[in-house]
Design a protein around this ligand. Structure first.
Ligand code: ATP
Ligand code: MG
Ligand code: FE
Length: 344
């Protein structure tokens, strides 16, 4: 099947056409620069940017694919989770297109899209597999029985997402939003063992109670206190070492728990997705962990990790191919759509 995918959960307005497991076109417009000086995404600014970009982005995705709407089999759009005003723009636009062209519409879960997109690079999923999602809003381990029909949450963060933790520390270090890539860059030049950064929920009672859950708020507080302590004493902050030690701690706990979960579920494959998986240290640790544990780790190229329309279109293809019934045209957005729900 051929599916047009539309994405507007946060600050990317994106559209893509996927045929089978082939990416035919992929257009991403971002309002990221408009938020940089506020230190985070401003929902009203992002929503307005979506309203401006929607028609040009969708038109370009179709034009790049040499297609018009009559030639797609279905339209898929992120229905959640995300910022309500942003979701409303993409979903309303997608509904209008589906209604006008008389095409089935799938209101999909954006986070499951981050998993589905790996198929464009690595092909179909194994029947039963584990997935690690690490993004701006989520840090979870999922058991994917069938990406079109059934996913379960194995573990999740009890507080902040990994990306959120990086973005907050980046702010303290004075980097513009989003700070994750800046921390990544500085970490390359630092010593990952220079500073002790705690690993949330790995030791003692908490670790035993939550073998596959994550916690990053303690990491954030520990690093923030340490940096602020140095600043209060008028001492220079070893920025590169802070970034390297932070990244090492976060990447280690994510990798160790993902590997342990694969062993519990007997999964030979780990699917990896979400914007944070663009992170160099995490990619390296996952590759290394996979080699040590005999697990095939599927990490997509960086452009497919961050938000895009291809992930939405790919999940749409899975739903069409599985014969799943499309969403009713009056479905609503769900800014807190649960991870176990694939479709509205
Ligand atoms: P969700 O998918 O949970 O709704 P989101 O769509 O906002 O959240 P993504 O776009 O998937 O999130 O990911 C954005 C996050 O990824 C930001 O927190 C950003 O700092 C982080 N990020 C991007 N590149 C890197 C990198 N190289 N290293 C660390 N973090 C990164
Ligand atoms: Mg974004
Ligand atoms: Fe995302």
């Amino acid at each position: 099947p051929v599916v047009l995918g539309i994405e507007s959960t946060c600050d990317e307005t994106a559209a893509a056409v996927v045929r089978g497991q082939t990416l035919v076109s992929n257009v991403v417009a971002s309002s990221m620069n408009e938020h940089a000086r506020y230190g985070g995404v401003i929902p009203e600014i992002a929503s307005r940017a979506h309203a401006q970009a929607f028609v040009p982005v969708v038109s370009k995705a179709l034009a790049d694919a040499n297609m018009d709407l009559s030639q797609v089999d279905a339209i898929a759009v992120s229905a959640g989770p995300g910022l309500a005003g942003c979701l409303a723009v993409g979903v309303s636009g997608a509904k209008a297109l589906a209604w006008a062209a008389n095409k089935p519409l799938y209101g999909i879960n954006h986070v499951i899209g981050h998993i589905a997109v790996t198929q464009l690079q690595f092909g179909a999923f194994p029947a039963d597999t584990l997935a690690l999602i690490v993004s701006g809003g989520h840090t979870s381990l999922l058991h994917v029985q069938d990406v079109a029909r059934h996913v379960d949450v194995v573990g999740t963060t009890l507080d902040d997402a990994a990306g959120e933790c990086f973005d907050k520390i980046a702010r303290i270090l004075g980097f513009p939003y989003p700070g994750g890539p800046h921390i990544d860059r500085h970490a390359q030049a630092g010593d990952p063992h220079a500073i002790h950064v705690p690993q949330g929920l790995t030791q003692g009672k908490a670790g035993a109670q939550h073998p596959y859950d994550f916690s990053f708020s303690g990491v954030k507080t520990a690093v923030a206190r340490w940096v602020e302590g140095l600043e209060a004493q008028g001492q220079p902050v070893p920025v590169d070492d802070v970034c390297a030690s932070l990244a090492d701690s976060v990447a280690s706990v994510l990798t160790n728990k993902a590997m342990a979960a694969c062993e519990l579920y007997g999964s030979q494959t780990l699917i990896v997705g979400g914007g944070f998986t663009a992170n160099s240290q995490l990619r390296a640790k996952l590759e290394q962990g996979g080699q040590e544990h005999g697990i095939e780790v599927r990490i997509p190229e960086r452009a497919l990790c961050t938000d895009n329309g291809a992930m939405v279109a790919m999940l749409g293809v899975n739903l069409v191919a599985a014969g799943v019934r499309p969403s009713a045209l009056d479905f609503s957005i769900d800014s807190a759509m649960p991870l176990s729900q694939i479709l509205m």
